[in-house]
Design a protein around this ligand. Structure first.
Ligand code: FAD
Ligand code: SIN
Length: 524
């Protein structure tokens, strides 16, 4: 595998067989599948490691322990998805999950063990201890390390960092290439390929408060939508209950695995409040815990709640969660002695570019896998630690299907429109999304947000930066979330409408938006 920082090179056009946009778990897993069948170009818009995968803490779920069964994992995933999971997608995930993990282990992934046995942790809404973790709380980093190592054994894989795809290129409705922005040379590069995979991850940066890294700006959804692909269930955004809430500190995730290991949530009065909201208390599904925190904050007038591990053994947090412990330490919180202030933050997109189980989108030659894709596997709310698993299972499946294009002819791209950028500051856009498209929504707020977004003028610019392209993605994705959240007149999973607080049988359907089709459609 070649790894290049593109700024040191100068090539205006590239012609690999396959393009993989994104170097997280989904992209690298797909690239490994593709490598024996052609030249694979993997792009990452920042340093190749900068991805949600790199920061994934809690672990990866798979029915591998002696007291677990695939059917139980399936059932837990369906329950968390709040009536909206695609059953075939869930079945595929949980059925293929254990083998996908065994394969990762055979490629060198070192999950934590007790003696020679794998250790299984617990997270919210799981009925069994089934979460594998690595180095305590660096699971994604370890999986990425092993995938990178495996990918490095294939000379056909080439990785370009600091190269952001900004546009998909079309020919007669098929996706035949892409335009990239070389952040070092500040110039566009055109790429032609036989098939392309979107593995661009999530969209958490739409929101003012998010656990996601800077690269999670929804580019994949935005560019696929502009190209005419179907986008589904985009109103379902998962808000993680426990991000660090401290002035001047990053919105750092305090893993659900902390609650899985017995951490309590307390209000300002020191009371454990979750038992009064759900029978599973701190281990209720994530959407329930986030909403309960918001209610508790409103009830008490506080700004946050507290995550409390102080009843555990003094060394527990430091040894079991070293990365979290050290980060909190930097901000003056010793988890052995201090409670940590926490608040929900945008964390994961259940919706995205609609695909079938092999990653095919509605556009020929365009595939999607990982967080950017919507297979329907998560329904309205993702079960904790199912996402890394999704990346490896569906990344591999997409890679296998893309191989069908190994001999597809290259097509000449049609000209594409000059990009236009919204005239709004990123911080204002993210505040608008947080306040009106966030954890709790209603018709007045959504209607107002949509009107304000649609009133923002679009401008062409003489020179461009990666940040401008990212702002365009954030803007386009915000509009899609607003439209779909307004159309879904019910509360389900990650989507809470104050004016429609119940689930509705009428909306036991997936939302669908597409560039050339007016309005929001729903399908079963
Ligand atoms: P990512 O890993 O996010 O990779 C996206 C890639 O796309 C990056 O390389 C990026 O540079 C690239 N990219 C994006 N846009 C462009 C563009 N325009 N051009 C070129 N490249 C582009 N899930 C779990 O299952 N277990 C956990 O414990 C867990 N913990 C988490 C903790 C945190 C803090 C976060 C943020 C998420 C966590 N998740 C967890 C969710 C999970 O990490 C992600 O859903 C998953 O890693 C996504 O993988 P991916 O390959 O789809 O995308
Ligand atoms: C966490 O560690 O709490 C995150 C797990 C996930 O998002 O699946």
């Amino acid at each position: 595998m070649y790894h290049e920082v593109i700024g040191t090179l100068n090539f205006p056009s590239l012609h690999p067989d396959f393009v993989v946009i994104g170097a997280g778990v989904a992209g690298l897993r797909a690239a490994i599948e593709l490598a024996p069948h052609g030249q694979v170009l993997v792009l990452a818009k920042s340093d190749w490691k900068e991805s949600s995968s790199e920061y994934a803490q809690g672990g990866v779920a798979a029915a591998l322990s002696d007291d677990d069964e695939v059917e139980l994992h399936e059932q837990d995933t369906l329950v968390a998805g709040d009536g909206l999971c695609d059953r075939a997608a869930v079945h595929t995930l949980v059925e293929e999950g254990p083998a996908a993990i065994e394969e990762l282990i055979s490629w060198g992934t070192e999950f934590d063990r007790e003696g020679s046995n794998l250790m299984f942790g617990r997270e919210g809404a799981h009925s069994r201890n089934r979460i594998l973790h690595a180095h305590g709380d660096s699971t994604g980093r370890e999986m990425l390390r092993a995938l990178w190592h495996k990918a490095s054994t294939f000379p056909a894989i080439r990785v370009l960092s600091f190269t952001a795809i900004t546009e998909l290129l079309i020919s007669g409705g098929e996706v035949v290439g892409a335009v990239a922005f070389d952040g070092w040379a500040n110039q566009a590069i055109s790429i032609s390929a036989r098939a392309l995979l979107l593995a661009t991850g999530g969209l958490g940066r739409v929101y003012q408060a998010t656990t996601n890294p800077d690269v999670a700006t929804g580019d994949g959804v935005a560019m696929a939508y502009r190209a005419g692909a179907e986008v589904s269930d985009i109103e379902f955004v998962q808000f993680h209950p426990t991000a660090l809430y401290l002035p001047g500190a990053p919105c750092f995730l305090l893993s659900e695995a902390l609650r899985g290991e017995g951490a309590y949530l307390r209000n300002d009065a020191g009371e454990r409040f979750m038992p009064k909201y759900h029978e599973l208390a701190e281990l209720a599904p994530r959407d329930v815990v986030s909403r309960s925190i918001v209610l508790e904050i409103q009830r008490t007038g506080a700004q946050h709640v507290w995550l409390d591990l102080t009843h555990k053994e003094p060394d527990f947090a430091r040894t079991r969660f070293p990365r979290i412990y050290e980060t909190c330490q930097k901000f003056g919180i010793d988890l052995a002695k201090d409670k940590a202030p926490v608040h929900p933050a945008a964390h994961y997109a259940m919706g995205g570019v609609r695909t079938n189980l092999d990653g095919s989108t509605s556009l020929p030659r365009l595939f999607a896998a990982g967080e950017v894709a919507c297979t329907g596997v998560h329904g309205a709310n993702r079960l904790a630690s199912n996402s890394l698993l999704e990346g490896v299972v569906f990344g591999a499946r997409a890679g296998r299907r893309m191989r069908d294009h190994a001999a597809s002819p290259r097509l000449c791209a049609e000209p594409y429109a000059a990009p236009q950028f919204p005239a709004i500051e990123e911080k204002d856009l993210r505040a608008l999304a947080w306040n009106q498209l966030g954890i709790v929504r209603d018709e007045a707020g959504l209607t107002d947000a949509l009107a304000r977004l649609e009133a923002i003028p679009m401008e062409t610019r003489a020179s461009t930066t990666r940040q401008m392209f990212e702002l365009r993605s954030l803007y386009e994705v915000s509009r899609l979330i607003a439209r779909c959240a307004l159309a879904r007149r019910e509360s389900r999973g990650g989507h809470t409408r104050l004016d429609y607080p119940e689930r509705s049988a009428e909306f036991q359907k997936h939302s669908l938006v597409q560039r050339d089709a007016p309005g929001v459609r729903f399908y079963e």
